[in-house]
Design a protein around this ligand. Structure first.
Ligand code: NDP
Length: 290
């Protein structure tokens, strides 16, 4: 079985970006600049944003972290986004989700300029993706595609099953895998909580992408012999023996599924790292598009 190691695949993307930044610096040009907005102090969101900022600095991008208290009002947040939209020095903007309940995520997403929407969540970018003219592909499914490319996984004509239909993972993932390109051309089935016979459908998948958020739900009996398994799920599971009091678990029961899979992503160390690689690539794209 091949371990689809996100450390290796994301490092190769970062090395490529590092070279691009080096060239920009040699030409005395400014470097890409990502602005990240964080509302409140949700532990997981803090970790994700810190990691995005750290990765920017590792490859020589500039980044700005703009923080708001969890009781910030919606208008104040939208005004901050508009200011970033109008700031020539900012290439990419991301607002870490989820947001407190009193703020409309959809309004926030639609306020980010589509040209700076490096998370690829704006309806204009989502529509372009469906039509096959992607500007910014949502970072997680983009990261999965970069992973498939790095390990040269053959997807042509394969049966792919995507579990999950969210706008940020499952749905764009299904669009990408069914697209007419080198790491696409799959016949895709998309599953969700109303799907009947999930086990049977999954066990016919040559490529199975799980984006549910239910730790350990995917077992070997749901997996075809030799399938490629991509585990997008990330759930914090309480564990008193862990230093932080919790462990990160994927949707896939790794040891069980490893007995049948031909390739498998670990959690942590898989798709999470590729998501950041996708975000960094989008930020470079936003910069170059200017
Ligand atoms: P959502 O909660 O928005 O979507 C989950 C999807 O799973 C829904 O479509 C839901 O169906 C489906 N689902 C839930 N239970 C079942 C079930 N028993 N059988 C079949 N389908 C089911 O989550 P996200 O898409 O935002 O995220 C999914 C997972 O990926 C989470 O664990 C999240 O933490 C992780 N994630 C990881 C990232 C990374 O970088 N690795 C980035 C983003 C997310 P329905 O639509 O019917 O409710």
């Amino acid at each position: 079985m091949i371990l689809l190691d996100g450390k290796i695949a994301s490092q190769s993307v970062k090395d490529e970006l590092l070279l691009q930044v080096k060239k920009l610096k040699e030409e005395h040009k400014r470097v890409p600049h990502l602005a990240a907005i964080l509302v409140g102090n949700n532990g997981a969101s803090e970790t994700y944003v810190a990691s995005k900022v750290k990765n920017c600095s590792e490859i020589g991008f500039r980044s700005s972290l703009i923080r708001f208290d969890s009781d910030v009002n919606e208008d104040e947040l939208l005004t901050a986004i508009i200011k970033l939209n109008n700031d020539e020095a900012i290439d990419g903007i991301l607002v870490q989700l989820p947001l407190p309940k009193h703020i409309s995520e959809q309004k926030v997403i639609e306020t980010i300029s589509p040209t700076k929407d490096v998370d690829g969540f704006h309806p204009i970018n989502a529509g372009k993706l469906v039509q096959g003219f992607p500007v910014f592909v949502p970072a997680t499914p983009y990261g999965v595609m970069l992973m498939l490319e790095h390990f040269n996984i053959d997807t042509q004509g394969k049966n792919a099953v995507v579990i999950g239909r969210s706008n940020i993972v499952g749905r764009p993932m299904s669009v990408l895998l069914s697209g007419n390109h080198k790491y696409g051309n799959c016949t895709v089935t998309i599953c969700h909580s109303h799907t009947k016979n999930l086990e049977e459908i999954c066990s016919q998948a040559d490529i199975l992408v799980s984006a549910i958020g239910n730790p350990g739900m995917i077992k070997a009996n749901m997996v075809k012999q030799g399938a490629v398994i991509i585990d997008v799920g990330i759930t914090r599971v309480d564990d008193a023996t862990a230093v932080k009091g919790f462990r990160i678990k994927g949707d896939v029961d790794f040891n069980d599924v490893a007995t049948k899979a031909s390739a498998l992503t670990p959690v942590p160390g898989g798709v999470g790292l590729m998501t950041i690689a996708g975000l960094l690539k989008n930020t470079m794209k936003a910069y170059l598009n200017k």
